[in-house]
Design a protein around this ligand. Structure first.
Ligand code: DC
Length: 223
């Protein structure tokens, strides 16, 4: 049977991963967080001191990125090592945004991502899922929110994990810088697919946002 694919794209901090995970659980689909794959590459490049594009390209052939699910949660592996707990730092975020602008890095992950969506029904989140990775996805959602709100949510998250790491102003500056980097790159820039439904979560809490996403899926999938 053909798998059902739901593509969710949008800027960082719009609630993509939390909402995509919840949506996948509700529909009985597998959640695929493609940002974690870019983060795993970024982490490995930092570890290997591969900074220039040339060094990164040279390091790619002996890098293997894979996903496995432990108790239903996605874990990302770089050459067999579980790096999931190491890829959520501000440093890795910035580097992930930079490495994801390199065409060879995107090509490196494209087939793996398409294969995952072919084998099973997925909710896949990222920046170019509806536009490039899964242009025939059954549902395409562009999830967004005002930059200030996204920065505030990210700052709260950081405060819970490690209080005092970054000020709200620094987080906002990072969000704006990363949005710009992701939206203006030449290859697969962040933008809504023509047939995507835009969902704005600026004034919605998690539960309301989840219901908005589920309503779009219900309509498109005739549930
Ligand atoms: O969603 P995230 O913050 O974990 O993503 C990390 C970086 O990876 C982000 O700056 C953009 C990039 N990315 C991408 O270019 N394409 C994707 N499909 C997913 C993430």
């Amino acid at each position: 049977m053909k798998s059902v694919n739901i593509a969710i794209d949008g800027p960082s901090g719009a609630g993509k991963s939390t909402l995509a995970r919840r949506l996948a659980a509700r529909l009985g689909f597998v959640y695929v967080d493609t940002g974690a794959m870019y983060r795993a590459i970024a982490y490995e490049m930092i570890r290997r001191n591969a900074e220039s594009e040339r060094d990164i390209l040279a390091a790619l052939p002996d890098l293997q990125i894979s996903l496995r699910y432990v108790d239903g949660a996605q874990h990302v592996f770089a050459n067999g090592n579980d790096v999931s707990a190491l890829i959520r730092t501000p440093e890795v975020s910035m580097r992930a945004s930079a490495v994801s602008a390199i065409p060879a890095v995107r090509a490196f992950l494209l087939e793996t991502q398409r294969q995952l969506a072919k084998e099973q029904s997925v909710v896949m989140d990222g920046r170019d899922i509806g536009t490039v990775v899964l242009p025939d996805a059954d549902v395409k959602i562009f999830l967004t929110a005002a930059a200030e709100k996204r920065a505030y949510r990210r700052w709260l998250e950081l405060e819970e994990k490690k209080p005092g790491t970054q000020s709200y102003e620094d987080v906002l500056a990072d969000v704006i810088r990363r949005d710009k980097q992701d939206m203006t790159r030449e290859i697969a820039p962040l933008r809504p697919a023509e047939d995507a439904v835009t969902v704005d979560t600026t004034d919605a809490d998690l539960k309301q946002s989840e219901e908005m996403l589920y309503a779009v899926c219900r309509e498109k999938l005739h549930l």
